[in-house]
Design a protein around this ligand. Sequence first.
Ligand code: AMP
Length: 458
Amino acid sequence: MQPFFPIRAEVSPVFSQFALHERLLKAVAELNFTEPTPVQLAAIPPALEGRDLRVTAQTGSGKTAAFLLPLLNRLLGDANAKQRTDVRSLILLPTRELAQQILKEVERFSQFTFLKSALVTGGEDFKEQAALLRRQPDLLIATPGRLMEHLNAGSLKLNGVEVLVLDEADRMLDMGFAEDIERITAECANRQQTLLFSATGGGKVLREMIAKVLREPVHLKLNSVDQLSETTVQQIITADDPGHKERLVHWLLTNETYRKAIVFTNTRAQADRLYGHMVAADYKVFVLHGEKDQKDRKLAIDRLKQGGTKVLVATDVAARGLDIEGLDLVINFDMPRSGDEYVHRIGRTGRAGEAGLAVSLICHNDWNLMSSIERYLKQRFERRVIKELKGSYQGPKNVKASGKAVGVKKKKTDKKDGAKKPAAKATPKRRPNAPKAAPSGLVSQDGLAPLKRKKPVE
Ligand code: AMP
């Protein structure tokens, strides 16, 4: 296809195949984006044609540019735009961090244009936001809760919105924003295009929302989990207990070559414990979880982005959607509870084709979860042993065809071997021979008889 606008010499020949405004192509060239990513290749052409899109793609795939470039193109292309006083496009997304990230991308892509954008999220001054809204931004980036407050206060109207983007729609629904989204989409009654992005296929609620808000959408599924392995090496290391896991984290952070690392835990309490021990061991580290206030969260992310700190300990929700350049090591202190969550975590490395390493630390109570994630991803993680820290648990003695551990009868008394722990439904008593605490001071989960998985706190 012939390009619509003149091509500058330094513009990538592939990006220039899209009929994008020359100012956007100039920005793309300036950002050194040489080749569009698969999601950009698939989504930009139908979006430029004005189609509604439903895209399943994870963070790190380049999805932001996939919706921003067509959106900005529409805003630039309208000759009557100067007379417009309303907000013309809205990007609705789940978290402040993601909003700030998207604003940065907007600023980068619109650097050669006169388009104005504004951010409306919780945790910031309401009046200042209302003043920003009075300046009539072309593009508004918002989280649902705060946007609803502004709608209720009458500080903005959405009937001039031409394009609505729902980014990380699955996450917004998980966070309980279904009603707000419904009201907001209804307020954007005159929109001409809706672009919905989700990292996972989502469930019934997402499907219902899609049926309500999209018009004959093009459905693009780019959440190819196979792509993970192309740039990111995925390994497991078996561990005896949390104390052992902690020593493995120290070893990895000391011996691996990486620019930035993130250590994921399943609970806030575990994140805080690990953080405390790492601070005590003189690591420059930050912790990010749902209980941290906005200032702390911002500081943690900024420090990591700027390189003031190399390591972040985080829970899933807190780290969702984070795009941190140079993040090339992910450690799963706990195995995530689902394949999708694993994909989210690991998707933080190997972004835009860079190499990454993902290491999951596997106690006996992580094993079955790990093997079901292997099956979900249709791949086998590399088994790694760190000689200096080899523990007694090396995986279950016997595994089923599925890869899961062969169960142990409930009434069997406990042996020293970690694989022969009592079954999950046993009463929550401390075993007589259980260690009181892991050497690091962490309470050993292995010391407790029931191996029940904690409910997600985040
Ligand atoms: P996203 O999935 O939108 O969060 O993008 C992940 C990262 O990849 C961001 O830092 C983008 O700036 C970068 N990126 C997106 N598209 C490209 C591309 N075509 N070439 C190089 N980097 C890209």
